[in-house]
Design a protein around this ligand. Sequence first.
Ligand SMILES: [Zn+2]
Length: 189
Amino acid sequence: MSDKSKNDEVEFSFKCPSCDKGQIKILKTTYDVPDGDKMLLIKFECNICNFSNNDVIPLTTNNTPGIMTLKVSNENDLKSKIYRSPVGKLEIPELELFVVPGPNADFYYTNVEGILFRFENAVLIYRKNLEKDDDEIEDIDKILHDLHKAIKGEFKFTLIITDTGGGSYIIPEDESKYSFQKFEHKELN
Ligand SMILES: [Zn+2]
């Protein structure tokens, strides 16, 4: 977390759902997103076991449509937080990953690693359903190979969110790897 965030500890309130002994501590952090918006990150943490969970609430709405780009080249970058709005399109060209949200898509919040795990799962299911002699298998195994390296922070790739409505965020661990490009009016239809 950068020096732009501030931690406010609040009251202890509920029993840990994991170990059933600990108290869950709630940590609230206000985070200033690089483009001027604010997000509230809420962290639940058990004081006995390893249980922890995160949630995020946007305090202001990013209404600037544009393209967010994050260059990922190491393990630290995998911890960058991703918040995709229902209209945000997410892609990782080097891994042939494209997520185009449907009409009922929800906001989703995760980190880069979470996206890779989700994708790996989808690719494995897809591969299982192919015939053994399918030509596609070779391509898929290449993607899986790169994906495994990516999960370990050993494969460089670019994560791009194209958001025509605004509302998506990338909160980078390393701000020098993040860039935002506003849409010109002519690109919006
Ligand atoms: Zn616990």
